[in-house]
Write a protein that binds this ligand. Structure first.
Ligand code: SDX
Length: 424
């Protein structure tokens, strides 16, 4: 820490309030606003636009320059040279594994891919047309039924074991949710197959090409972690109460479901289907710009990225590879998406508000090409993001922590006496 300070002068308080400033290794310094409480003041930051809620070493984002680093490694290099399970190891341990470490990590994951029959029965109890995210949220929380009794979250090894367990099980749960929604029996994991390849196998029972397996692996990798986004912050807040990791991850799944967050990839496809063809793009762009119309261009904009989302560039490259292998270059949806992106990027409204395609814009199109049904897109996002969620949970519990308990600006009624019914 340095001795940099901020001095806040407040009307009605004689002396300026001195606040410590802490530097990170990258990114903005932070101001420790703790002393304000003693002055009878809270900070006010709806949506946490300007609030650093914690210290973390896992992921760094520079929104102005489109930078995303996991353990210091750029997402572009990880997408090019690494794979999802290696990135999972990196998120959990802060270092890339050597060959032996990676092999034993993969063995641990393989040994934990199966889920108990009670979970299969829970998923089977849902109506076929239930949204798969409702099944995944429930199944994730249900994992707690089997593990929370033999889990001491203060023990690092037990936390690490539960991290491996949840990373291993999410693809199996995701595939089970899909199969049930189609009235199909679950397919058991095949540990001869690699993680993403096995997921696609558990979905369809068929073995896929190297290109499709690599594309699925990249989709998981590109979604693995993203600093203190809404769902990760939820996992941290839930975990700060001392709850078990499965309950905390279930809270993350619930948060990711929203169309402003992980639900956007499904919303992008629904939007592109609604647009239908290029002739209607201008109509939808006009609606997105109309303040009186709640419609937003799904897959555009980001709280942090104000230049470009590096993940969407990698995702677009994946799209090109998969579409050319599958001969889908003429896919009408892809053509609408490419045209929509071009129009938006040249439109002053989007340029002035720094609204660029985010990870969800192309991931939806890629998942559709991989044969994933739209309603499963956010389940895929949750599967990819699980390592990030559990890594942040593990990191938080590895250091002294306090239960998260924000305050508020109260603007309700001042104190008043109860009024009997006869006098109301
Ligand atoms: C993810 O945080 C993360 O890291 C999330 C994520 C991750 O990996 O975890 O990256 C994943 O959630 C990506 C985002 C997916 N969501 C969408 O694609 C939904 C569409 N986009 C938005 O709703 C919006 O852009 C957000 C929610 C992503 C960001 O919203 P902010 O930061 O709160 O910005 P804002 O709502 O204050 O918007 C600023 C202005 C507003 O106009 P003004 O009031 O200033 O006139 O930009 C406008 C907004 O109306 N605007 C849009 C728009 N997004 C913002 N206008 C049209 N279309 C859009 N998509």
């Amino acid at each position: 820490m340095t001795d940099k300070k901020a001095h806040l002068t407040v009307d009605g308080i004689d002396d300026p309030v001195e606040l410590a400033i802490y530097p990170g290794t990258l990114g903005p310094d932070v101001v420790d606003v703790g002393p304000l409480t003693k002055q009878g003041l809270f900070t006010y930051d709806p949506g946490f636009v300007s609030t650093a809620a914690c210290e973390s070493k896992i992921t760094f984002i520079d929104g102005a320059n489109g930078v995303l680093l996991h353990g210091g490694y750029p997402i572009e290099e990880l997408a090019e040279h690494s794979n999802h399970l290696e990135v999972c190891y990196l998120l959990l341990n802060g270092e890339l594994p050597n060959q032996q470490e990676l092999e034993s990590f993969i063995e641990e994951i393989d040994a934990n891919r199966s889920v108990d029959d009670s979970i299969a029965k829970l998923i089977a109890s849902f109506a076929r047309d239930a949204h798969p995210m409702s099944m995944l949220c429930s199944a994730t929380a249900a994992l707690a039924a089997q593990y929370h009794d033999n889990l001491d979250i203060s023990e690092e090894q037990q936390r690490y074991n539960s991290a491996v367990n949840i990373i291993a099980k999410m693809p199996t749960l995701a595939a089970m949710c899909y199969r049930h929604s189609k009235g199909l029996a679950p397919i058991a994991p095949d540990t001869r197959l690699r993680y993403a390849e096995n997921f696609l196998y558990m979905m369809s029972g068929e073995h896929v090409s190297e290109t499709l397996a690599r594309a699925m692996n990249r989709v998981f990798l590109l979604h693995a972690d993203h600093e203190q986004n809404a769902s990760t912050s939820t996992v941290r807040l839930a975990g700060s109460s001392g709850t078990n990791p499965y309950a905390a991850i279930a809270a993350g799944v619930a948060t990711l479901w929203g169309p402003s967050h992980g639900g956007a990839n499904e919303a992008v496809l629904n939007m592109l289907n609604e647009i239908g063809d290029e002739s209607r793009i201008d109509e939808f762009v006009a609606r997105a710009k109309d303040k009186d119309d709640p419609f937003r261009l799904m897959g555009f904009g980001h709280r942090v990225y104000k230049n470009f989302d590096p993940r969407s560039r990698v995702m677009k490259k994946c799209c090109d590879e998969v579409f050319s292998e599958l001969g889908l270059e003429e896919d009408p949806l892809l053509k609408v998406a490419i045209r929509l992106e071009k129009i938006a990027l040249e439109d002053d409204y989007f340029i002035s508000k720094k609204l660029y395609p985010n990870v969800d814009f192309y991931s939806g199109i890629l998942l559709k090409a991989l044969g994933i049904p739209v309603e499963l897109f956010t389940v895929i996002f949750a599967t990819g993001r699980t390592p990030g969620w559990i890594a942040h949970w593990h990191e938080m519990l590895s250091e002294p922590y306090k239960i998260g308990r924000p305050r508020q600006l109260y603007t309700g009624s001042t104190k008043r006496s109860f009024v009997a019914m006869a006098d109301r």
